[in-house]
Design a protein around this ligand. Sequence first.
Ligand code: GAL
Length: 401
Amino acid sequence: MQSRLKRKFLPMYMRFVVFALLLLLIGTSNLAQTPPVAATPPMGWNSWNHFAGKIDDAIVRAQADVMVSSGMRDAGYIYINIDDTWQGQRDARGVIHPNNKFPDMKALADYVHAKGLKLGIYSSPGPKTCAGFEGSYGHEEQDAETYAEWGIDFLKYDLCSFGNIMKAAGSPEAAHKLMLDAYTKMHNALLKTGRPIVFSLCQYGADHVWRWGTSVGGNSWRTTGDISDNYSRMTEIGFEQAGLARFAGPGHWNDPDMLEVGNGGMNLDEYRTHMGLWALLAAPLLAGNDLSTMKPETIALLTNKEVIAIDQDPLGKQADRVYAEGSEEIWARPLADGSKAVGIFNRFDWPQTIEINFHELGFKGRVKARDIWAAKDLGTLPSHYSSRVAAHGMVLLRVSE
Ligand code: GAL
């Protein structure tokens, strides 16, 4: 009797084990096929900083072409993001259509995808976007489905007129909850489509978004108001990021706004500061210039491999301020290979010599260092190191024991 039971029980048990193993295998192979989005900070281009409302299908295609021909795609810039002003009207069923600047969004996505790039789009949880175009309020699932049908890979979701709905909520707590619900609603709608879509929150850092951005599905969140193409605003935003490092990591990044590199309002030293600071901050690198008229120095800056490697370092640890005095700032971030990226910034309007002490950065004894902008190994250095830093410039080092 016992042996008959055993004979019957064992095969059933074994069948269950085999079934469970099969399920596990299918599950993990699915995971392997869809890697999590934004494992490193998203890189690409966005239309707003340069083109604002003057963006159309032809310009987007031209940017995609240059993304490839300039070497930017191969340097890691993948997303071609259309910002505000693409939206037309909803049809009788409520489905959103692009306006006449974008005759066929699916065809545009196909064009961009054929180049090995991805396409991003923009909307608002409010009824209207910041430029007064149609938002997603009340149409979240429908819009997410439309985006997925078109082949969209990235959504910037900008608070805009949802602020008015929040004002009517009666209390700051109720307003806060409304905002979280609105972002969660779109996150769930995107998930439901089954398409991996980067979810980029834009609400200018309200209510300390870095504390809860991940909980509403954000892959990144703007930490500030808008950047503009001048040294003063760029550094105001950049240096304001002190203290936010612990909130960022693979899949969820602080976003100090898109790049202005190449737009003409800063000199080369200032744009190096912009690019180097954003790389230290593990910020999304979304170029905001007209790629089709880039000077060689802009291409060189945007595609600097060693700077991009710092931004995209797989450890995903954002830099923090180590020290600031007067107009000197030292920032550092740990990197996956055990080295550190160190930024030495001069905020003065004239050059100055800045000394750093590697021991203050956690190093013991002598260190090995490489000057990234100079593309030069500095060899072995003692604990104190002085460098001449240009007005509004920075020295960017990669330092190891
Ligand atoms: C702002 C946003 C900008 C841009 C603009 C479009 O709120 O911060 O980055 O998207 O809206 O109207």
